[in-house]
Design a protein around this ligand. Structure first.
Ligand SMILES: Cc1cc2nc3c(=O)[nH]c(=O)nc-3n(C[C@H](O)[C@H](O)[C@H](O)COP(=O)(O)OP(=O)(O)OC[C@H]3O[C@@H](n4cnc5c(N)ncnc54)[C@H](O)[C@@H]3O)c2cc1C
Length: 488
């Protein structure tokens, strides 16, 4: 028999997982279906990690209604979940006082959107007091002190762990391939969601499938929107440069994007990017031309930065709907089917406000929402043993040898942290990376990957040959070598 839920959510990016976590406050049966082996592996893992102040969105758009509102809710999300979030503030810079009107326009727009504390700072000396290494050519900035930086994957993992601990079921490697509008009965909800591994039934479906949200809507006959992907490429710099860039630094925005920024990341590195490349088909491949564009854009703002500290590059895909706005609401053709699609930037910022809005929408459409007195809003982070004193390690570690064995030297990640990440649900190298930062540092896994494979294989009870980087057939080891056979 098909299991029946109150709400099924398709997609476990920051949007789907955030909605799941907020629904877990209530006495409801909720499940999330995700085609990847883990949470947050769509657009959520590859963006700038900025919680925008909210001045960029055009007033009256759906984006504008959720941007500043999302920013204001961030502390309420990140504090109980122990997620790194810092309100470092943002600058929009101009080198030409002739363009200062554009900064004034952004400030007024921000005020209309409900952004507080916006100020325009003129004069190199005043600007350099807040951002000492910015280009001498910068003449004026719009300063938004409420903007912040967050680790988007850590946030999504924390939302997932908390939602799961409060009763939400997550089905990974579970690709939604079709949705039937069902005959409602005792055992059947309005929708039968057909996933690659099983069918599930529900009265309400939330479509949070990112760049595939248009295709998921098509499955219930809703062709009201489609998604065009637009790629953004990045350079990531080593955390050795921590402190060199203090604010989130934007140039003046263009029609299509906020421009190539230079920002500290929540966990210490520095990010350059993104550019804006509309694509016919989704592709995460980085390009030489695109990365050069990002490099040059960043050097305009910080000409003295040590570009020898670039450790890697990556790309993310914006889910742009035809209206260039978020698509949030019940489908006109399928009552109970809620689209939360086209969530391009600033979707990470807007996520807490969107989650709250979607709960209200579900209630308005007939979902019974009763608080669960057992709901626990807190979640503990994985202890970071390399930052503890020996005395603290003695108190917090169950296994002293694991807490003292550094596996990833660049990011100083211990075996105890890796084992805990696996206990909490990571079953791939990337799953461990996004939870602990191992393989995110200078050597990009050159040293620690063999040990990580060994630990994963031991903890999961599988052959090292079955360990993958990111699920499917992303195996690392093809054959046992002669040398291994000799020494076994
Ligand atoms: C270059 C770039 C920079 C950005 N910078 C910022 C920023 O600094 N600040 C900010 O606020 N926002 C930013 N954003 C926007 C932000 O990243 C997104 O709005 C947000 O991550 C969208 O989350 P999501 O959950 O909607 O989508 P996703 O994270 O893509 O999640 C959708 C999920 O659905 C799953 N899925 C898809 N199809 C199926 C299916 N058939 N069955 C099951 N599962 C399925 C996917 O695997 C995926 O996990 C940026 C975006 C980009 C691309």
């Amino acid at each position: 028999m098909t299991k029946k839920y109150d709400v099924l959510i398709i997609g476990s990016g920051v949007i789907g997982t955030g909605i799941a976590r907020e629904l877990s406050r209530y006495k409801l049966n909720v499940a999330v279906l995700e085609k990847e082996p883990d949470v947050g592996w769509g657009t959520t893992k590859a963006n700038s990690g900025i919680v925008h102040a909210g001045y960029d969105a055009t007033p009256g758009t759906v984006k504008a209604s959720f941007s500043a509102a999302g920013n204001k809710k961030y502390d309420r999300w990140t504090e109980p979940l122990s997620v790194p979030f810092k309100r470092v503030g943002s600058f929009v810079s101009t080198e030409d006082l002739g363009q200062i009107n554009e900064l004034h326009r952004l400030r007024e727009q921000g005020e209309e959107n409900g952004v507080e504390e916006l100020e325009i700072i003129e004069g190199t000396e005043e600007i350099k007091e807040l951002e000492p290494n910015i280009s001498d050519a910068v003449e004026a900035v719009l300063h938004a002190p409420t903007a912040g930086v967050v680790a988007p994957y850590k946030l999504t993992v924390a939302l997932y762990e908390n939602a799961r601990d409060n009763g939400v079921e997550f089905f990974f490697n579970s690709r939604v391939e079709g949705i039937d509008l069902a005959q409602v009965s005792e055992s059947n909800g309005r929708f039968t969601v057909k996933a690659s591994d099983h069918d599930l039934s529900s009265d309400f479906v939330v479509n949070a499938a990112g760049i595939f949200s248009g295709k998921i809507a098509n499955m219930v006959g809703d062709d009201s929107f489609s998604i065009n992907p637009a790629r953004g490429e990045y350079h990531l710099l080593d955390h050795e440069l921590q402190g060199y860039v203090k604010k989130i630094n934007f140039p003046l925005p263009s029609k299509d994007s906020k421009g190539i920024l230079v920002t500290p990341a929540a966990e210490g590195s520095i990010i350059f990017g993104p550019n804006h490349q509309p694509l016919e088909e989704p592709s995460l491949a980085t390009t030489k031309a695109g990365l050069d564009e990002v490099f040059n854009g960043a050097l305009n703002l910080f000409p003295g930065i040590d570009t020898g500290k670039i450790v890697t590059n990556f790309a993310g895909l914006r889910a742009k709907a035809g209206t260039d706005d978020f698509v949030i609401g019940e489908s006109d053709v399928a009552p109970g089917f809620i689209n939360v699609g086209g969530i391009q930037s600033p979707g990470l910022t807007a996520a807490p406000a969107i989650a709250g809005h979607v709960i209200g929408l579900l209630e308005e459409k007939g979902l019974s929402v009763n608080e669960d007195p057992g709901f626990d809003p807190t979640r503990e982070p994985i202890p970071k043993f390399s930052e503890m004193t020996p005395e603290e390690i003695d108190v917090y570690a169950d296994d002293l040898s694991a807490a003292k064995e550094i596996v990833c030297r660049c990011e100083e990640v211990t075996r105890a942290e890796i084992e805990e990440a696996i206990d909490r649900g990571a079953d791939t190298l990337d799953g461990i990376k996004f939870r602990t930062r191992s393989r995110m540092g200078n050597c990009q896994g050159g040293f620690c990957t063999p040990r990580l494979v060994e630990i994963l294989s031991e903890k999961l009870g599988v052959s090292p040959k079955d360990v993958t980087k990111k699920g499917d057939d992303s195996y690392l080891l093809a054959e046992e070598t002669k040398r291994v056979e000799q020494y076994e």
